[in-house]
Design a protein around this ligand. Sequence first.
Ligand code: ZN
Length: 264
Amino acid sequence: FTEKARVQVNPLFVAGRYRKLVRDIPQSKWFCSSCRGRGCEKCGGTGKMYPESVEELASKPLLEAAEGEKTLFHASGREDIDARMLGSGRPFVIEISKPRKRFLNLKNLEAAVNANAEGKVEVSGLRFSSKDFVRRLKKGESAQKEYRVLIDFESEISEDELRLLEENLSGILIKQQTPLRVLHRRADLIREKYIYEVKVNKVSLRRAEMKIRCQGGLYVKELVSGDEGRTKPSVSELLENRAKPLKLDVLNVIMDEQSKVKCR
Ligand SMILES: [Zn+2]
């Protein structure tokens, strides 16, 4: 017998939801653009653009407890690095390869992750999951999302104009050409995304807060700015008033099993 017995260890899948409470942490580990992870002067030898990520904060205690080889982080879409992820959080699955231990105390691990990442990232509802659920997560990327964005206008705004925005942006398809800011990593094409509902509240003479419930994958910052005419219609275009997104929060990621939620 020359053939060696190959022991295949199935990965371990742990699902949950995460909230990101700050604006400067990326979802996934982001390698340094100069050294691509080896470590250089620019990144202070860490090999990373940012010291922490949701992925690392959530995965590390699990990897250690399972005594696994490495982890993969799967999520239902992602927010921009400067956007918070609030509400009940975004669904994710951590895939741990070659775990030596499979019976983890997820309640304790959840508490450990949250204590370590306090004020930055919060995980909830940790449970054992499967490859199949990862597939469903990926499919659900276009599921409904709810956002809140603070908008700064070049000129003063009136209540009538805000009502006009609500009427003209609710229940329509937005045509969005790949935003200039992501053009370097995504193909240049036009996507159509549906907006279910828009609510706008005036905050001050030149500021308003807009809540949007839409199909996942809509670029909300560009819906506001218009992205030099690449997103149509846009807030800037509709009001003929240059609009700039200041702060963006994801309020809700609505999975299939959840019933339809209205903007509050
Ligand atoms: Zn580097």
